[in-house]
Design a protein around this ligand. Sequence first.
Ligand code: ADP
Ligand code: MG
Length: 398
Amino acid sequence: MNAANVNDHMNGGEPVSAALRAETLFRERFGQGPDGAWAAPGRANLIGEHTDYNDGFVLPFALDRLTVVAAATAAARRWTVCSEARQECVDFDESALVPGGVPGWAGYVAGVIWSLRQAGYDVPGASLAIASDVPVGAGLSSSAALECSVLGALADLGGLDLPVGQRPVLAQRAEAEYVGMPCGLLDQSASVLCQAGQVLFLDCRSFEMTQIPFDATAAGLTVLIIDTRAEHGLVDGEYAARRQSCEAAAKALGLRALREVDVEELPMALDRLPDEVLRHRTRHVVTENARVIATVKALRSGDLAGIGPLLTASHASLRDDYEVTVDQLDTAVEAALAAGAHGARMTGGGFGGCVLALVDTTDRDRVAGAVTEAFDRAGFTAPIMFTTPPGDGARRLW
Ligand code: ADP
Ligand code: MG
């Protein structure tokens, strides 16, 4: 992997962490030091795509890449939030704390304040400076990282008694209800609750969760994340359309959600569905849930490389049945597999974003090189690649 793939923020050849950049930004913008710094990671989903809103299973892990907010309380009930990525500061007061009241990126921050207040918490005014090593808009959940880091900061600055188990839903409401992006609980749960060296097995109906050890490094394996940099063109309408198809299929089957169809009952369920599109969407959701369960079983038995074919089958299902891939995603998966990856799949909502590939650590650079070459041949923008072990969830840094 070449240097440009590692970190955009360099100083004399050394990467500068988001934590340091957030603190520097705070001092520049507010002329004093912050009271502390809070971090939350982006996430990748190992497997279990488009299952969360079907009450199904997901298996995310936190990236070792963080969004960091350096923050201090302010005298009045005002909030000033600065983002390195957006090169601007946005200032608002209580009058903006109605859904949609603050437009654009700062709405994710205002949404967290709104959500906390809706839940009865007294949120102090604050100055906030944000820097991030999570790629923005690449399907690695920079939005949840932003919400969850800000939530941690406001909880501590205000001395709020905010149990960890409640944090994902408070952050999710900021995005779903204040910003107006209808998301499930996957991203915020992963950003808050994931632990280093583990993937989080989450049942999106019962919210039961289990940490499953995933020590790829010890098994001689690496998860390579390939940001295809494909633009998310039609994503909003298409995401909503997929959700509607799933709801229609569940209704036609007399069920609350497709999660209730067992993979053995799938042929029967498909026979009862009125159209081809619903049959395809249902087949993806039902087989994907089964693949998550099979992945958990393989990981529990210590067979990490054995999950490769499940990852690849997940991608094929998302490509052929769910129809949410684009050429760049398919090309990255094919090139990684041809270069010897154990398995590869798109991760995130699709229509662009990232692929993850499970590779022997010794093959990492070869696979990365093969993907770069394939993109070059196809005339695509060069992909950005990095590796990440499963990291820790949201936390205070100091
Ligand atoms: P993803 O969560 O996959 O990165 P989203 O579209 O859900 O993509 O969220 C991206 C949006 O979140 C950005 O367009 C911006 O509004 C906001 N955002 C995320 N990180 C930052 C950041 N560091 N600074 C400002 N805004 C951010
Ligand atoms: Mg997001």
